[in-house]
Design a protein around this ligand. Structure first.
Ligand SMILES: [Zn+2]
Length: 163
């Protein structure tokens, strides 16, 4: 089992990661949904890996920003992460889809910070969206995989004794 581990993200890393997710969104290929999404991963050795959604005329071939970032990271040699940020053009925190949550589960500890960044980041403190429960500076919803994907199935379950 993954041990509970209280990751902390410095304010500097937080700002860098959010900026990278916003930059990543600019590389989207989303002519069908017209829903650009950007994601950025911070690796434990300090690298930032960006991803955006890449759609396909055969819609099932579409890959989300989060999975683009993870696949890039893994194939570039990074499998250990400190945090993930995700953003879109929606002026609210948009959450990873179910498939992405499961792919995140493969490589990230359950309590790794996941920052859901509104499209109009940074929100002003008096913005009603920024006042919602769990919101942090700029209207960012900081959550974890454990919250997004409770009772999840992961690699360690394949190691359990079986009949
Ligand atoms: Zn997704």
């Amino acid at each position: 089992m993954s041990a509970a581990r209280a990751w902390t993200l410095s304010l500097e890393d937080r700002a860098t990661l959010i900026k990278a997710a916003i930059e990543a969104k600019e590389t989207t290929y989303s002519p069908y949904s017209k829903f650009p999404v950007g994601a950025a991963l911070l690796t434990t050795d300090g690298k930032i890996i960006k991803g955006a959604n890449v759609e396909n005329a055969s819609y099932g071939g579409t890959i989300c920003a989060e999975r683009t970032a993870l696949v890039k990271a893994v194939t570039e040699g990074s499998r250990s992460f400190v945090a993930l940020a995700v953003t879109s053009n929606v002026n609210a925190a948009i959450s990873p889809c179910g498939i992405c949550r499961q792919v995140i589960r493969e490589f990230c500890v359950l309590d790794m910070p996941i920052l859901l960044v509104p499209g109009d980041y940074p929100k002003q403190p008096d913005d009603p969206e920024a006042k919602k429960p769990g919101m942090t500076e700029g209207g960012v919803l900081e959550t974890t995989l454990d919250v997004l994907l409770p009772h999840s199935f992961g690699p360690e379950h394949l190691e359990l004794p079986r009949n």
